[in-house]
Write a protein that binds this ligand. Structure first.
Ligand SMILES: Nc1ncnc2c1ncn2[C@@H]1O[C@H](COP(=O)(O)OP(=O)(O)OP(=O)(O)O)[C@@H](O)[C@H]1O
Length: 263
């Protein structure tokens, strides 16, 4: 197999205080370079667990995860992770937060000026060039989230792993950042795996939507090939028959097929 990311028969069981909990069972998925994949499913089904396995923050109990044919054995700079709650260091400015990540990846081989240029470019990419010297408590939630995205992008990851990056934002800011993300991904050609609860977000952004069954022992229930041409424009999509069909298929999976199992 020569796909970019290979997830092969992965299972994840947590052991806690003498009890075991099988969160994921027999997950197999391959992702091509440049693909945008979303993981969707009911709360607690194991989406973050799967993303954390790809990030190398957890080790699978069974099966294998391979990136460029190499076993994922821990976190690495080729994987940029963005969580729902930005996790910026409050004592550093927006630029300071990005620079710290840039130093970690490129610090040994590049000059100070080059590192700073990378930092500025990443902040500009997310429209925050003007806020570089502001501290996290001086900027809005949406801006903090954008700094988190800039920080991940500045490391020039081959794959972006996004865990509900817009989950805590209001609808307008969320729409704005979705548009920005689409633009950035078009420019950088990044591979993306993103966890979301939002059906519209999944259809708008994805090449394929991976729909997960309810846990315990959650697995992939179905995969939807969205097949809408890019670039996508949210207003035009609202009346696009394929968009409406994709939306219906995901809703049907979540609220009919999986709702019955949950009951
Ligand atoms: N470290 C852990 N120890 C024990 N159980 C865990 C651990 N991490 C996650 N779980 C359990 O595994 C299951 C999957 O959790 P996970 O956070 O991956 O779900 P999710 O689909 O991302 O949920 P949400 O959509 O609510 O964020 C849950 O039942 C959770 O309680």
């Amino acid at each position: 197999m020569n796909k970019y990311l290979n997830i092969e028969n992965v299972g994840m069981t947590f052991y806690k205080r003498g009890a075991t909990f099988e969160a994921l069972s027999d997950i197999s998925l391959t992702v091509d370079q440049g693909e945008f994949i979303t993981l969707i499913g009911h709360s607690g089904c194991g989406k973050s667990t799967l993303l954390n396995l790809v990030a190398g923050l957890l080790r699978a109990t069974t099966g294998h995860l391979l990136l460029s044919n190499k076993e994922i054995a821990g976190p690495g700079p080729e994987r940029g992770v963005v969580f729902q709650n930005h996790s910026l260091l409050p004592w550093l400015t927006a630029a300071g937060n990005v620079l710290l990540a840039v130093e970690r990846v490129f610090g040994e081989r590049e000059s100070r000026a080059q590192l700073q240029a990378r930092t500025t470019a990443a902040l500009e990419l997310v429209g925050l060039g003007h806020a570089a010297s502001r501290y996290p408590d001086e900027i809005s939630g949406g801006m903090k989230q954008r700094v988190g995205i800039a920080r991940a992008l500045a490391m020039e990851p081959k794959i972006l792993l996004l865990d509900e990056p817009f989950g805590a934002l209001d609808a307008l800011t969320r729409a704005h950042l979705q548009d920005e993300l689409m633009g950035i991904v078009a420019k950088t050609g990044s591979t993306v795996v993103m966890v979301t609860h939002d059906v519209d977000e999944a259809v708008l952004l994805s090449d394929r939507i991976v729909m997960m069954t309810n846990g315990p022992a959650a697995t992939i229930g179905a995969i939807l090939d969205v097949g809408l041409p890019k670039p996508r424009e949210r207003l035009q999509l609202a009346t696009n028959p394929r968009y409406i069909e994709c939306r219906r298929e995901v809703l049907e999976f979540l609220y009919s097929r999986q709702a019955m199992k949950a009951a």
